[in-house]
Design a protein around this ligand. Structure first.
Ligand code: GDP
Ligand code: MG
Length: 307
């Protein structure tokens, strides 16, 4: 797990105090069911943490009713993992949410997800107003990965509405699910269309910031991350020997014409996403959550209470 998470430059990102105390980071995964949300969690952790359709089918046989009931995520589930690296302690939480397909009225899918985000803000607000504010827990959602179906069309009305709402509450990170189902040029065209929709609808997405005193190398790195948004994702915890007979094993998905590698930056944007989340922008995502997103929630809530 440590090898795969690899947040080796974390001490540069965080203040000395939080290095000692350890700190918390929570990623929420949102999207229609069947788009590979649970698989992404398992790919990020490199372990079978979240039940996916595949292992449900394996464990329970293939009766349609059974599979349906078991594979759809009904409750919001969170998976936490304590990681220590270079003397830095990190409590990483991944929150898996119900998929849209699971609701009779898709608009209802928004409710538990938005509620969960707000409850986490409320929990933090409660802690802030205590006399003793030592040992505050930060269970707020610091990044929200939104799965877009690989249709190649524009965003659906459902996506637009939901992303609009989410963008004001969390650091919204749009991704193209199962990008291995599209060709490279289809992915490129789809990204353009999604970005057009995001602009046209004033959807607020998280974009890493270039700071005045960043060195040229950092600026270049940030530009490369931005150029890949929305990230085209391939998830898989299966490994294959690639090329065959080489003794080298890679995570990926196998096709008659070859293997799409999860951890290969020329095959998909999984590595860029993981690096941004864990290696380079974890601290900025936390700051943004605290100083902008949480702050505006807090201002509204205190306003309502007449404080
Ligand atoms: P969830 O309902 O969003 O949590 O989706 P799951 O993670 O359970 O995955 C649903 C199905 O899609 C499973 O059969 C996965 O193997 C498959 N899947 C997951 N990620 C990918 C991907 O990146 N590409 C492809 N082609 N299939 C995927
Ligand atoms: Mg799932």
């Amino acid at each position: 797990l440590n090898a795969i998470v690899g947040f080796h430059n974390l001490p540069n990102q965080v203040h000395r105090k939080s290095v000692k105390k350890g700190f918390q980071f929570a990623i929420m995964i949102v999207g229609e069911s069947g788009l590979g949300k649970s698989t992404l969690i398992n790919t990020l952790f490199n372990a079978p943490i979240a039940p996916t359709r595949d292992n449900v089918t394996m464990n329970r046989g293939n009766t349609a009713g059974d599979q349906d009931a078991a594979s759809k995520t009904v409750d919001i589930q969170s998976f936490t993992s304590d990681i220590e690296e270079n003397g830095v302690r990190l409590k990483l939480t991944v929150i898996d949410t119900p998929g849209f397909g699971d609701f009779i009225n898709n608009a209802d899918a928004h409710k538990p997800i938005l509620k969960s985000i707000e409850e986490r803000y409320e929990h933090y607000l409660d802690q802030e107003s205590r006399v003793n504010r030592k040992n505050m827990e930060d269970n707020r959602v610091h990044a929200c990965i939104y799965f877009i179906a690989p249709t190649g069309h524009s965003l659906r009305q459902l996506d637009v509405q939901f992303m609009k709402e989410l963008g004001h509450k969390v650091n919204l990170i749009p991704v193209i699910a199962k990008s291995d189902l599209m060709t490279e040029s289809e992915v490129a065209a789809f990204k353009e269309r999604i970005l057009d929709d995001i602009r046209a609808n004033n959807i607020n997405i998280y974009t890493p910031e270039v700071h005045e005193n960043d060195d040229p190398e950092t600026v270049q790195e940030i530009k490369e991350i931005i150029a890949r948004i929305p990230f085209a994702i391939v998830g898989s915890t299966q490994t294959f020997e690639n090329p065959p007979g080489s003794g080298t094993h890679v995570r990926g998905r196998r096709y008659p014409w070859g293997i799409i590698e999860v951890d290969n930056e020329s095959h998909c944007d999984f590595v860029t996403l993981r690096h941004m989340l864990i290696r380079t922008h974890m601290e900025e995502l936390k700051e943004h959550t605290n100083e902008l997103l949480y702050e505006s929630h807090r201002a509204v809530k205190l306003g309502e209470r007449g404080i």
